[in-house]
Ligand binder design. Structure first.
Ligand SMILES: Cc1cc2nc3c(=O)[nH]c(=O)nc-3n(C[C@H](O)[C@H](O)[C@H](O)COP(=O)(O)O)c2cc1C
Length: 328
């Protein structure tokens, strides 16, 4: 069992990574259904939370069936972080996660996200401010360091643990790498093997098959893995990894019916939660991933991204399912 404060996770838990504009409640619901052990919201700006920005507040929406769930915040100002921790605390997630990994310029420029990797004392102060402002467990998600020459994750991990964080997720890239190249897990392994480190260490970066998850588990000894991009349009990755780790066998892939049904459920949940206009619009980014690899889908995909009517969309998906079943 892996423990984060009072949260009890099964051995080798699979975490759904926080992903901006992706990890919203409709997406999280399908990942939970398929076995994600813990999930996070997309990152929420502390400035936005304090200004009461609607978009930031909406991201605080969490549901009981999602538990355990963490709300992720980012910011570069101590007072704003402390205040936001109190706001988040009031919504009662299971934990608060701090983002020190976002490589995007507009975030980094404000000394937030991965920008903070260049100023460890400030990172420690921000973290302390959050830890002191909440009774919830505080966790951190970060990268190996700013650039190749400054991969300071070993020091960062020790110092973050010393100020009270209760788990650390490490994406095996530097900020400068953005999402390029292959994630390097050897430093994640070093952090995990550091005798001083007592908190759970979750590895992140490029896990996209059950084989890789098991290989990395054995090779790098992490307490669990966090999965991002591979779950987009393929939430079955969670159940497939679970089964493979347990039995060494590959689970049969989802049927065409299952794939289209989950896509349909994702769409209807999206409309329920965001309203018709936004729900339909924001679902458009998911169709290509759900339909990846299926034959003769181009025409349907075009229709799906061009319709703004739920009934029509449901009909297109139903027709697509029938057409696919005839191909089998
Ligand atoms: C579209 C997208 C949005 C992301 N948004 C966030 C975010 O809000 N917070 C965060 O900590 N990381 C964010 N990330 C990084 C992921 O959580 C993860 O660290 C990264 O994708 C590597 O994992 P993967 O190879 O399993 O995708 C985002 C990644 C993607 C692709």
């Amino acid at each position: 069992m892996v423990k984060i404060g009072p949260i009890e996770l099964p051995d080798f838990p699979l975490l759904l990574a926080p992903m901006e504009d992706v990890s919203d409640p409709p997406f999280r619901a399908v990942c939970k259904e398929q076995g994600a052990d813990m999930m996070y919201t997309e990152f929420i700006s502390t400035e936005g939370l304090i200004r009461d920005a609607i978009k930031s507040r909406q991201k605080l929406d969490i549901f009981d069936y999602e538990r355990p769930i963490g709300i992720q915040i980012f910011g570069g100002d101590e007072e704003a972080m402390a205040l936001s921790a109190r706001i988040v605390d009031a919504t009662q997630p299971d934990l608060i996660d701090i983002n020190y990994g976002c490589p995007v310029k507009k975030v980094v420029c404000k000394g937030a996200g991965a920008g903070i990797l260049r100023d460890v004392p400030k990172m420690i102060k921000l973290t302390e401010a959050v830890v002191k402002s909440t009774s919830l467990p505080v966790t951190v998600k970060t990268r190996l360091g700013w650039d190749h020459e400054n991969r300071n994750i070993e020091e960062v991990a020790e110092r973050l643990q010393d100020v009270g964080i209760q788990a650390l997720s490490i994406h095996g890239r530097t900020r400068v790498q953005m999402y390029k190249g292959e994630a390097d897990w050897t430093l994640i392994e070093k952090v995990k093997n550091n005798q001083r480190i007592k908190i759970p260490i979750f590895g992140n970066g490029d896990i996209d098959t059950p084989q890789k998850a098991l290989e990395y588990k054995n090779k790098y000894g992490v307490d669990g893995v966090m999965i991002g991009r591979a779950a987009i349009g393929y939430p079955w990755i969670f159940r497939e990894i679970k089964h493979f780790v347990k039995t060494g066998e590959m689970l049969a892939p989802p049927t065409v019916e299952e794939r289209i049904d989950i896509c349909t459920r994702h769409l209807t949940r999206s409309v329920e939660w965001k309203g018709s206009k936004l729900g339909i619009l924001e679902m458009r980014r998911h169709y290509a991933s759900y339909l990846k690899g299926l034959p003769n889908v181009k025409e349907y995909r075009m229709k799906l991204v061009n319709s703004d009517n739920l009934e029509e969309l449901l009909e297109i998906l139903e027709n697509l399912k029938e057409a696919q079943l005839q191909l089998i």
